[in-house]
Each structure stands twice: as C-alpha cells, then as structure tokens.
Design a protein around this ligand. Structure first.
Ligand code: NAD
Length: 307
C-alpha cells in the first residue's frame, strides 16, 4: 500500500504525549500528525493504544503495547489491515519493576512506605527481612519480558528458572520447564513471576492448583495480563495465607475496582499497569514504526507483524 499519512492516535496519551511521538517521527518521508477519532479516515496508518472500529478502513495499525489482545484479529484480517505490536522494547523496564517488587518484599520497603503514610516508626519483625542472593524465581513465559526479568534478577543473585511450551533452554535461565511441568516448576521457589501474553491458550493458566503447588512463603508477581490468572483463586490463596504475598501490575478488570480486596492487603503491592513506563517509551516505539516505514519502502516484510 501507499503510505502518505500516519496518525498518532490520542489514546496513547496515558503512556506518552502523542505530540512527542509525532515530533520524533517528523523526519519520515510521510506526514505524521496527532489525530483524534474524527481524523482516522484521513490516515493510511495509525499508532495507537486503543482499538477503534474505524481502523478497519485503513491499511496499517501499530500498537504501542506488546499485548494486542484488545484488537479483533479476524476483523482486521478480513479487511486486509496489517497489525504490528511493540514487543521487544520492555525487557529492561519490566525487569527493573519486577526487581523493585522483589526488593520491596525482601527489604520490607512497602511496609515502611505504608507506615510512613501514618507517621509510624515501626521496625519489621527480626525474621521478616532477607536478601535476594540464593533465592529462586520461576518466570512463566520466556519472551522479551521473561528474558528481561531473568537478566535483572540474575544480576541480583536470584536463581532464575523458566516455563515455556517446549521446555528447551533459553539464555539467562538456569533451568527451563515445559508447560506440562508448571506445577513442578512453581514448587520450592520464593517467587513465581508471570510474563505471558493473553491468548485463548493462556487464559487462567495460573489457577488454584498453581497457588496450591507454591510454598506458603512464596510471593506471586503478574506483569503479563490479568486474565492469565484466575484472580479469585489468587485472592483466596492470599486470604488463606497459602502464599505469602503478591505484586500485581495487571488485573482481570482495569482500573482495579475500588472494592477489590487486593487493595487492602498488607503483603500485596498494586501498580496501575505501568511496569513498562519510561520517559523513553515514545522513542522505543517510534523506532519500530520508523523501521517498518523503511521496510515498506524497500518491500520487506514488517517487523513485529501480528496480523
Ligand atoms: P513476547 O512475544 O516477546 O513473549 C511472549 C512469550 O510468551 C513468547 O516467548 C511466547 O512463546 C510465550 N507464550 C505464548 N503463549 C504461551 C503459552 N501458551 N505457554 C507458554 N508460553 C507462551 O512478548 P513480551 O514483549 O514478552 O510481552 C508478553 C506479554 O506481556 C504481552 O503480550 C503483554 O500482554 C504483556 N506486557 C505487559 C506489560 C506491562 O506493562 N505490564 C508490558 C509489556 C508487555
């Protein structure tokens, strides 16, 4: 297709100002403008966070997220719309966020922050704090996020294992289990960390059986997608203290409803789907768009093409 105008859809604004990305791409040999819903039909391509029905009338949609579960693959395909995503850029950001969760648990930082809001000088129990070297983390999903998590945690002395469909080795993971051995993989580790995308196959991969298989002292982390986890089973496991805590960036319903019991739990850290936030986000995603504009020009296949 002929690319003349790329719209940066205003739905990207919670992640970065749309105008930052349009300026960053202003040297492309096409027009790049910030657009709202009423200007979609005047574009050949859009860069977006959210989906809109009007995208079915254009040629190319680029998602600024890695997760594309919100897009209707069949309808896009039926309308010959190309969909690309932003996987490949969130390794370090999400890896550092997960390291932050683990350090909060080990050094009790979330407890101090909570005490601070009430001006309370309260030391942790003598045996609540620990150090990370020698602990083990099982990372479910060994793609970009999983590898980024393994890199950062490995540097902190954490023994990192992984779970993937095949069970074949992946650099950065000391041991890799196949999906069929998930329950064995999550037993006897201090941390279970989910980095899976949401697909028909991964829905509720983490269920009551997984929480049952985990140690009572273990903590659970989800930075993939909420519905990969049976959230009711997670809440039940936390309430019955069959696991020791959780750090969650993604939820079954977002924003996490005010009445969710997860908000009130001392050993649960809630972050509002921002594990990959960085001031460099518009550059990182812009570089993928730029690469694909170049590829379109030279007739090569798109990078990160999903549909
Ligand atoms: P990726 O494509 O690099 O990695 C996904 C990995 O999951 C791949 O290795 C794939 O083989 C594996 N996988 C898929 N289905 C599987 C299954 N049924 N069993 C086992 N493994 C399976 O993608 P990524 O960049 O690592 O992102 C992964 C997901 O994390 C995204 O789809 C998105 O939903 C989520 N994400 C969340 C944030 C955040 O802010 N919290 C940021 C980026 C990505």
């Amino acid at each position: 297709f002929e690319l003349e105008r790329v719209g940066v859809h205003e739905s990207v604004d919670p992640v970065f100002p749309a105008s930052e990305l349009s300026s960053y791409l202003s040297d492309l040999p096409v027009d790049v403008d910030v657009i709202g819903d009423d200007e979609i039909d005047a574009c050949d391509a859009v860069v977006t966070l959210e989906h809109r029905e009007a995208f079915l009338e254009i040629d190319w949609v680029h998602s600024i997220q890695a997760g594309v579960d919100r897009f209707p693959f069949d309808a896009l395909e039926a309308n010959d719309v190309i969909l690309t995503n932003s996987t490949g850029i969130h390794d370090r950001t999400v890896g550092e966020t997960v390291a932050g969760y683990l350090l909060a648990f080990s050094r009790r930082l979330h407890e101090h922050v909570a005490n601070g809001t009430e001006r309370r000088w309260d030391k942790p129990a003598w045996d609540d704090a620990f150090t990370l070297p020698g602990t083990s983390a099982c990372v479910v999903g060994t793609g970009t996020l999983g590898s980024g998590v393994a890199d950062v945690l490995g540097a902190l002395g954490v023994h990192v294992t992984g779970v993937r469909r095949s069970g074949d080795p992946v650099p950065g993971f000391e041991e890799v289990y196949a999906n069929d051995d998930l329950l064995e993989a999550v037993a006897d580790v201090e941390f279970v960390i989910v980095t899976l995308p949401l697909t028909d196959e991964t829905h509720h991969t983490i269920d009551a059986d997984v929480f049952e298989a985990m140690d009572e002292g273990a903590r659970f982390v989800n930075v993939g997608r909420g519905p990969v986890v049976d959230q009711d089973a997670l809440i039940a496991a936390l309430e019955s203290e069959s696991i020791a805590g959780a750090a969650l960036d993604v939820f079954g319903t977002e924003p996490l409803p005010e009445e969710s019991p997860l908000w009130g739990m001392d050993e649960v850290i809630v972050t509002p789907h921002c594990a990959a936030f960085t001031e460099d986000y518009f550059r990182d995603t812009g570089d993928i768009v730029r690469e694909n504009v170049d590829r379109l020009d030279s007739g090569e296949a798109f990078h990160n093409r999903i549909v």
